[in-house]
Design a protein around this ligand. Structure first.
Ligand code: KIV
Length: 299
């Protein structure tokens, strides 16, 4: 929706809304979605001009260090959503419903979704799996937009026996086709398709009116999503086939922190330029220290 030049020029963009994503699909404009989990990256990613920021439950892996997303709680999702919310002014803010926050009943799903909106500042919620139409209808009936998520749904990792490409055989592909249509009919405004054959994702995308957002689902979806740690190369221990790194920040972080450690150990940092003088009665008031980051800014 926003061009690079718009973001680079610092021009103010209009807020992205859930209904606008369907318009982007109709206009044939690819939808850009990225995850974020804190205010700093939320701001930077928003300023880069993406359409959708997802506070994903992938935070269980990239922020908390778990091997999957199953231990993430609703309170933790709300905490991270609040952090990102404070920093995002333009992109649509979608927040994941974590494991066991919507599976029990449509009422439980509505209460959880309501908390993500009221306490977390979500503008839409995302939930995983087919057969959840009752929950979707209940949430949508309260005015909360719902994004579906089919294919390799990480909350079902134990059922799948690992993070494996899904819907490779015709029976599973057919189930996914039916689930996608059912989600659309239940009122979902968009659908993430993860880890399925590209031909299937293309076919499903063409069959739906709502936009699909792919991850590991080829080039035929209406948009793409990546986890920010993958996109930025902050996770450099492994690189799944569907990931493209647009930066190598892990290397840069190690280099920068290594350089800092070296300078501290050799006493080249801090220098006079990073030090403050005392106020003397004769001297004029010194300038205030600059704000920002961890600086001594105005509070
Ligand atoms: O949790 C997450 O980050 C996600 C995306 C990978 C789609 O669900």
């Amino acid at each position: 929706m926003a061009s690079d030049s718009t973001a680079a020029k610092g021009e103010r963009r209009a807020r992205v809304t859930a209904p606008q994503l369907a318009r982007l699909k109709r206009q044939g404009q690819p939808i850009v979605m990225v995850t974020a989990y804190d205010a700093t990256f939320g701001r930077l990613i928003d300023e880069a001009g993406v359409d959708v920021i997802l506070v994903g439950d992938s935070l269980g892996m990239v922020m908390q260090g778990h091997p999957h997303t199953l231990e993430v709680t609703l309170d933790q999702m709300i905490y991270h959503a609040r952090c990102v919310r404070r920093a995002v002014s333009t992109a649509l803010l979608v927040v994941d419903m974590p494991f066991m926050s919507y599976q029990v009943s449509p009422e439980q799903a509505l209460i959880s979704a309501g908390r993500l909106v009221q306490e977390g500042g979500a503008e839409a919620v995302k939930l995983e799996g087919g057969g959840r139409e009752d929950a979707v209808r209940r949430i949508v009936s309260a005015g909360i937009p719902v994004m579906g998520h089919l294919g390799l749904t990480p909350q079902s990792v134990h059922e799948f026996g690992g993070f494996r490409v899904q819907a490779r055989d015709e029976a599973a592909a057919d189930r996914l086709r039916r689930d996608a249509l059912a989600l659309q009919e239940a009122g979902a405004f968009s659908l993430v398709i993860e880890g399925v054959p590209a031909t299937l994702a293309r076919e499903v995308s063409a069959s739906l009116q709502i936009p699909t957002i792919g991850i590991g689902a080829g080039v035929g979806c209406d948009g793409q999503v990546l986890v920010m740690h993958d996109l930025l190369g902050l996770e450099d221990r492994f690189k799944p086939r569907f990931v493209k790194r647009f930066a190598e920040l892990a290397e840069q972080v190690r280099g920068a922190v290594g350089a800092y450690a070296e300078e501290v150990r050799t006493r080249s940092f801090p220098g006079d330029a990073h030090s403050f003088a005392a106020v003397s009665a004769a001297a004029p008031e010194p300038p205030k220290a600059a704000s920002g980051g961890g600086g001594y800014g105005p509070v």
